[in-house]
Every structure is written in structure tokens, then in C-alpha cells.
Ligand binder design. Structure first.
Ligand code: GDP
Ligand code: MG
Length: 301
């Protein structure tokens, strides 16, 4: 990966000391396991806060944030180095356009990722959305189709706008539980996880509040309404994923032009049709013909 673009991670010094300590501790955990590089891919619909989240985690304004529909046209990789550890975060344009998944945008992203290894996927949406719908499961399905279902074993569902006031009849934690349930359901369906898959695995959820108006605790750390300092918390979840058993996703040429990794079975369709022709349709035609021949002279004749 283009090391000439790797800068010293100076943004980390802008975090309050308590956050810095926690981040360095987590990087230390990765280095202990001989990991000295981590690549995070950020995907989601437009306007959900992908770029803002990249900036928040890096602690610098590195990618463009826009309140209106004018996004980075291309994926961007930001690389930062800190005591021999390299953190890469890849920001991407939204993959939905006009209410549909934009396959072209996904293709551009895939080609950008050629020969890169994705250790962690941040699938970003908003906490304060009113509902999930078909489009959400289509976005998830498109990601599975592009990178394989296994990418979800390396994923964190990230929900932005986490500093919200829930409706009067719900506490913040009750609201979280309900929204998590809805989003995870749509992700599990879109990723085509089966019940038995979900028995010993569930995708973690991370909360993010990118606003400059985010509340802070006595250590000057940005906190959510439930008191969590969210930056150390999400970096901890990222670290956990990075250290799981499941394999990172290598985006090679085969993945890019190969058949959709979830649809390999489609290759057999012509074979199945041939089989049906010779072993089902042909014998059937033969037996019908025999019957007709036998009955050539009608019984009543
Ligand atoms: P992207 O299109 O997914 O990259 O979204 P952006 O990061 O460009 O954000 C879209 C808009 O939402 C911008 O106006 C951001 O300032 C705003 N935004 C993003 N994340 C948050 C958040 O957590 N809280 C609040 N209040 N605004 C956010
Ligand atoms: Mg963006």
C-alpha cells in the first residue's frame, strides 16, 4: 500500500489524554498480536455520516463532509502511522442513488480496493432514522454480493447521530435496543445469515456522535447520553474484530471479476439444464412417442 502517503498520526494528540491512553493501549494490543497494520473500509448510504466518522476517528479533518448531496466522487484512503502501527481508513461515496443500489459506484469501490485487505468493515447508518426498509437490506445484500457474506464477520454496524432524545415514552437505552434490533434484523436478512449462523455470532453495533455539540465528560471526552465515551468504545470494538478468528477479506482480481461469491452455484445452471434435457425431457418425449406409436391404431378401430 502506498506508504509515501502515510503520515504520522498527529490527530491522536488532539484527543483528550484519557482517550489517547485508551487508543494507545488498544493499538498496543494489536501490536502484541504482531499486527502492525489495520485497514478499515467504510460503507453505507449517502449522508449517513461516513466521512464525518472517518474524521472523528482520525481526529483530523481529512475527508470532505457535506450536509447536502455532493459527495466525494471516489473512494479515498487515509493512512496514519503511530509508533510503527499503520491505520488505513477507506472512505467511500454512498452506494445508493435514486432509491436504488448503485452498482457502478460499488464497482468503482471494488476496483479501488484491488490488492487491499479489509480487516474491518464499518457499515454506517443513522441511529435516529425512523425505520428500516427494503433498500437497507438491498444495500447489505449488494455488499455481500460484492465481497462475500464473510465480510459481515468483520463488520461493525455503526450508528451515527447517537446523541438523540428518544420519544417521551422510551428511555435512551430502550430506544437503542429497539433500533439495534431493527437494523440488525435487516443486516442479517440482507447478508443471508441463517438462524444457526446467528447462534454463536452477532454483528456488534457501535455508536457515534460526530457533532461538535456532542456532550463531554469530566475528562473532556465526547460522551453519549448513556455516559459512554464513544471514541475509545468504538476503537475497542474495532480492535476486537481485528483480533477475531475469521479471516480478513483480500480483494483480489478474482473477487473483482469472478462470479458473485454468493452465487457460485449459478455456474452449474447450464449443466443442470443439459442434464434435464438428456435425462428428463428426452426420455419423456421418447415414452410419449412410444405410447403414441402403440396407440397408432385406436382401440375402437
Ligand atoms: P456521508 O455522505 O455518509 O459521508 O455523510 P457526511 O459525513 O458527509 O455527513 C452528512 C451530514 O450529516 C453532514 O452535514 C454532517 O455534519 C452530518 N453528520 C454526520 N454525522 C453526524 C452525527 O453523528 N451527528 C450529527 N448531528 N450530524 C452528523
Ligand atoms: Mg462522504
Amino acid at each position: 500500500m502506498a506508504s509515501q502517503f502515510t503520515h504520522e498520526w498527529s490527530g491522536i494528540q488532539k484527543f483528550p489524554p484519557a482517550t489517547q491512553d485508551k487508543l494507545l493501549e488498544l493499538l498496543g494490543k494489536l501490536k502484541e498480536k504482531k499486527m502492525n497494520r489495520l485497514t478499515i473500509l467504510v460503507l453505507g448510504k449517502g449522508g449517513v455520516g461516513k466521512s464525518s466518522t472517518v474524521n472523528s476517528i482520525i481526529g483530523e479533518r481529512v475527508v470532505t463532509v457535506s450536509a447536502f448531496q455532493s459527495e466525494v466522487p471516489r473512494p479515498t484512503m487515509v493512512s496514519r502511522e503511530r509508533s510503527g502501527f499503520t491505520l488505513n481508513i477507506i472512505d467511500t461515496p454512498g452506494i445508493v442513488e435514486g432509491g436504488f443500489v448503485n452498482d457502478q459506484a460499488l464497482d468503482v469501490i471494488k476496483r479501488f480496493l484491488l490488492n487491499k485487505t479489509i480487516d474491518v468493515l464499518l457499515y454506517v447508518d443513522r441511529l435516529d432514522s425512523y425505520r428500516v426498509d427494503m433498500l437497507d437490506s438491498q444495500v447489505v445484500k449488494a455488499i455481500s454480493d460484492s465481497f462475500g457474506q464473510e465480510i459481515w464477520r468483520r463488520a461493525i454496524v455503526v450508528l451515527t447521530h447517537a446523541q438523540l432524545s428518544p420519544p417521551d415514552y422510551l428511555t435512551y437505552d430502550e430506544f437503542l435496543a429497539k433500533r439495534f434490533e431493527a437494523v440488525l434484523k435487516v443486516v442479517n436478512v440482507g447478508a443471508r445469515f441463517k438462524k444457526q449462523d446467528l447462534q454463536n455470532f452477532s454483528i456488534p453495533v457501535g455508536l457515534v456522535e460526530n457533532s461538535g455539540r456532542c456532550n463531554k465528560n469530566e475528562n473532556d471526552e465526547k460522551t453519549l447520553p448513556n455516559g459512554t465515551a464513544w471514541i475509545p468504545s468504538i476503537v475497542e470494538t474495532i480492535t476486537k474484530i481485528a483480533l477475531t478468528e475469521s479471516k480478513s477479506i483480500l480483494v483480489d482480481q478474482k473477487l473483482i471479476d469472478g462470479p458473485n461469491p454468493n452465487d457460485r452455484g449459478k455456474l452449474f445452471i447450464p449443466l443442470i439444464l443439459l442434464f434435464q434435457y438428456f435425462f428428463v425431457i428426452k426420455p419423456l418425449q421418447r415414452s410419449i412417442k412410444n405410447d403414441i406409436d402403440k396407440e397408432a391404431k385406436p382401440l375402437w378401430a
